[in-house]
Design a protein around this ligand. Structure first.
Ligand code: DLL
Length: 437
């Protein structure tokens, strides 16, 4: 494979130079952090009163973790480290799980962020000959504008379609010869199902690639999208606290996501003991941003579960790789005492070809017990009025899920296109159990 580099010097930087760069950038970032009310207080007593107090990368461990709650408490300006006049953009989390959090960008911050996203896009083999349809939400969410700027930097023709309205999406694809799209994996599955329903001829669409992220998905889901749409799908990871997309991305080797270590310091810790885990072991990802002056965030507990892949990548990049994020420490369901991650259920469903592209997990209380129901759409070749194959499929799905999570679910089969679809991140879990029990 002929691997492409957007910034070869940095992407293939020897580890020793990369670490020297990180140390320099960590000092700079700590300098900005020490200007904020939050970190001034948080770093008091740690021995880090000025950037020069950080002598080696090991000194990072002296800095306490920062949490989502800290960011919320700092709303709106508690983490701003430069003059308001130097800030030219903000992005914010939706606040669906609590008070919003805000991230500010200076002009240089935006340029650096764009550079990282461009690097991701280019690493998949895209270039200025591509037509890029950005089917993800614009606005305060970072996915839209982040990829928009990255796509333009690469020189692609960017179509700012946003999500939704699949009929219009197909028209744009055909009119302009779209070669690459960006969406959540759940929206891509929806696009594929709609394409079939609308009788769109795949051969009239030039699509080759998709960037898919912003929510967890399994390897089976990636394979399903790749096979059904006949494209290459690249996993894209990021979070608004760390700019948005452009934090970690798969190269063409598609074996883990390179985390851009010239922009971020990544640690993986045991969420209970807060100690680092060994390479290859699963833990919570903790990130320190090194590429943003306006809102420095040190040792941020992402809640995302991942692991470091060891060993070199065939693409030649020296930046370590993360295993695909399987879920979050806070999305684990406890069902009758058993720990269940929604991603385990997704993996089980997507492994069955006859199961459809959309599903919903419902947890309820039945008496004193928890009851798990998995609602799954069926694939296009299954007839809903033919009871025997339907029962067999239901039983297969039930057994596959049970084998994975040990909890016995009730499985409901639904017609294709009948379960709710979200344009942004999919809402896969409805936990209807009373909160105070
Ligand atoms: O989702 C930024 C983004 C936009 C990433 C577009 C990729 C593409 P937030 O809304 O702050 O930012 O949500 C961040 O989404 O902590 C993960 O839990 C989850 N997440 C993001 N990407 C992935 C992925 C954007 N590839 C949160 N796999 C993160 C699994 C992901 N989970």
């Amino acid at each position: 494979m002929n691997y492409q580099y957007w910034n070869e010097q940095f992407e293939k930087m020897p580890r020793r130079d990369l670490e020297a760069w990180q140390l320099e950038k960590l000092r700079e970032t700590a300098g900005f952090a020490l200007r904020t009310p939050f970190y001034k207080e948080r770093l008091a007593g740690t021995g880090i009163g000025e950037p020069g107090d950080i002598k080696t990368l090991e000194d990072l461990k002296r800095i306490p973790f920062t949490t989502k709650e800290d960011l919320r408490r700092g709303f709106p300006y508690g983490f701003l480290s430069i003059s308001r006049d130097e800030v030219i953009r903000l992005h914010a989390s939706s606040g669906t799980t609590g008070a919003p959090t805000t991230i500010y960008f200076s002009r240089e911050d935006l340029a650096r962020w764009t550079g990282f996203v461009a690097r991701c896009i280019y690493s998949t083999g895209c270039n200025k000959t591509d037509v890029f349809q950005n089917m993800i939400t614009y606005g305060l969410f970072t996915g839209g504008l982040g990829f928009h700027a990255g796509g333009e930097a690469v020189g692609m023709l960017v179509i700012p379609s946003g999500p939704g309205n699949t009929t219009r999406q197909f028209r744009l694809m055909q009119d302009f010869g779209t070669t690459v799209v960006h969406a959540t994996p759940s929206f891509l599955l929806h696009v594929e199902a709609r394409m079939r329903e609308e009788g769109i001829n795949r051969d009239r669409i030039r699509l080759k690639r998709a960037f898919a992220g912003a929510e967890p998905y399994s390897e089976d889901t990636r394979r399903r999208i790749e096979e059904l749409l006949r494209i290459d799908v690249y996993n894209s990871y990021g979070l608004s606290e760390m700019n948005g997309p452009g934090v970690a991305f798969e190269c063409q080797a598609k074996n883990g996501l390179h985390i851009w270590e010239d922009g971020y310091i990544a640690e993986i810790i045991n969420p209970d003991t807060l100690e680092p885990v060994k390479d290859g072991e699963t833990g919570e990802l903790v990130l320190t941003i090194l590429c943003r002056e306006a809102t420095p965030i040190l040792r941020y507990r992402t809640r995302d579960l991942s692991a470091f892949y060891t060993g070199p990548c065939p693409c030649g990049r020296t930046h370590r790789r993360l295993r695909r994020i399987t879920g979050r420490t806070d999305d684990m369901l406890i069902i009758n005492g058993v720990n269940v991650f929604p991603s385990q259920i997704e993996e089980a469903i997507m492994a069955i070809k006859e199961a459809g592209n959309n599903y919903l997990i419902v947890v309820e209380k039945e008496g004193v017990l928890d009851k798990l129901t998995v609602k799954t759409e069926v694939g296009p070749d299954i007839f809903m009025d033919d009871a025997r194959p339907l029962n067999a499929l239901r039983e297969r799905i039930r057994k596959t899920i049970q084998a994975s999570i040990t909890v016995n679910p009730r499985v409901e089969l639904h017609e294709p296109g009948s379960l709710p679809v979200s344009e942004g991140k999919a809402l896969r879990v409805q936990d209807k159990r009373p909160k105070d029990l």
